[in-house]
Design a protein around this ligand. Structure first.
Ligand code: ATP
Length: 430
């Protein structure tokens, strides 16, 4: 973990939030390369779960919602974790995450009584400071989808089963934010509410389990570290008769990466009774039902952490003691897909040719870097460390026969090919 965190900072992936002011616990900022990685992961998710389907609609709801939403769903009363505080050092812990709820794990002092701590971050909306103006930064993206159920039905006329998908920020006042970007106070979620006929929830649940696993493989997660775990009745939300947590072997333990839950008609029914608006679906033949819901829920930050951990590699270079660190990122998500260099940067004819090649490849893939710093060996090391799958070098032969070398990150192998074959080569190997 330490090595990965240091690489993330050094190479512009992830920085501590508000770092120059000493940070703000539970917040991280994505740097230039981290932002690209994050966007590529979102794009891959959208490609599979929205663009790749005909039955899923994208939504981008507001983070701030009417406070009644969170009362209706039970979040105001029940969205809490058990908190204990040490009477000596005042450190706070989640009672369900420590062995002994009487003794402080940090100083061995006595812990106080366990109490429920609501994890929603509240805020005031408008100039009048009264309780009516209180609302919350949404703790999950899901409710933005449920409250727009009718709008999507009325505007898009979907046929059951159909999904509404959303990517967006969510906020939780975690008692103990920790483990880098695993447990954050400000995070991003990618969620789908898939509305189904109540009789078909079981088949749909199995289908979504497979879809989720397929996508995890596509973005390069080490599937040997993924464990779909059935959640027992006592640990599930009361409205769910089936939940699977996809757990992942993180360096700090096996923990939840994603969730897949059957939420019945709980949310739509709660919003119907609280808002007075009927949230139901009418079959073409006229029968009305409140659809049931299968919810695949993906944390984006946890995805980024699992992707980086799955990709992190160290090997010893042939004929030297030097350790090479590289990220074996899938080309689908790598921030830079290809770097282009002139062999020597003080030879204008090489630079001109390399610029031409760079422009050509960049036009096709966008995320293509120009790298002429240091010698070729150093450029390769630098690109390896950020997970660039291919490096193209323009040398003196290129000027003669319009060929370049293309080097693959994982094997270090170089091939010579015509400039106009490079794009095809990358596409074939993506
Ligand atoms: P945990 O048990 O780890 O607190 P949860 O069961 O409360 O997680 P859900 O409410 O199911 O999580 O949220 C859906 C997804 O959002 C999780 O599977 C996870 O990927 C992500 N997530 C939840 N809380 C956080 C957090 N504090 N920081 C980063 N990602 C989170």
């Amino acid at each position: 973990m330490e090595k990965l965190i240091s690489l993330c900072k050094r190479r512009g992936f992830i920085f501590q939030g508000s770092e120059i002011y000493g940070g703000l616990a539970g917040t991280y900022d994505y740097g230039p390369l981290g932002s690209l990685l994050k966007n590529n992961i979102k794009d891959s998710w959208l490609k599979k779960f929205v663009h790749g389907r005909e039955d899923t609609y994208l939504l981008d709801a507001a983070i701030l919602m009417n406070g009644k939403v969170w009362q209706a769903t039970g979040h105001v009363d029940h969205f809490s974790d058990p908190l204990v505080e040490c009477k000596e050092c005042k450190h706070r812990f989640r009672a369900d995450q420590i062995q002994d709820t009487k003794k402080c794990p940090d100083c061995n002092g006595d812990l106080g009584d366990v109490r429920q701590f609501n994890m929603m971050l509240s805020t005031k909306v408008g100039a009048v400071d009264d309780t009516a103006s209180t609302t919350y930064l949404r703790p999950e993206t899901a409710q933005g989808i449920f409250v727009n159920f009718k709008n999507v039905l009325d505007s898009m006329s979907p046929k059951l089963p159909f999904g509404i998908a959303q990517i967006g920020k969510a906020f939780r006042n975690e008692i103990t934010p920790r483990d880098f970007i695993f447990r954050l106070r400000e995070m991003e979620q990618m969620e789908i509410e898939y509305f189904v006929d109540p009789d078909r929830w079981n088949e749909e649940f199995e289908y979504w389990k497979d879809e989720m696993m397929e996508w995890m493989e596509e973005i390069g997660l080490n599937m040997k570290n993924v464990y779909p775990t059935e959640i027992g009745e006592g640990d599930r939300a009361h409205y769910s008769s089936r939940t699977i947590d996809f757990e992942f072997d993180f360096p700090f333990g096996r923990k939840e990466l994603y969730g897949l839950a059957y939420r019945s008609d709980y949310d739509l029914s709660k919003h119907t009774s609280s808002s007075g608006q009927k949230l139901e679906y009418t079959y073409p033949e006229g029968a009305k039902i409140v659809p049931h819901v299968i919810e695949p829920s993906f944390g984006l930050d946890r995805t980024i952490l699992a992707v980086l951990l799955s990709a992190y590699r160290e090997d010893v270079l042939k004929d030297s003691e030097e350790v090479r660190t590289y990220l074996a990122l899938s080309p689908a998500v790598a921030p830079v897909i290809c770097a282009v260099s002139p062999l020597l940067k003080n030879k204008p004819e090489l630079v001109d040719k390399a610029r031409e090649v760079h422009g050509l490849i960049k036009k096709e893939f966008g995320r293509v870097a120009w790298d002429d710093n240091g010698n070729i060996g150093k450029r390769y090391r630098r690109q390896d460390e950020i997970g660039t799958p291919w490096c193209v070098v323009v040398d003196f032969d290129s000027l003669e026969d319009d060929t370049v070398t293309i080097r693959s990150r994982d094997t270090g192998m170089q091939e010579r090919m015509k400039v106009d074959e490079v794009i095809r080569f990358i596409k074939d190997n993506m």
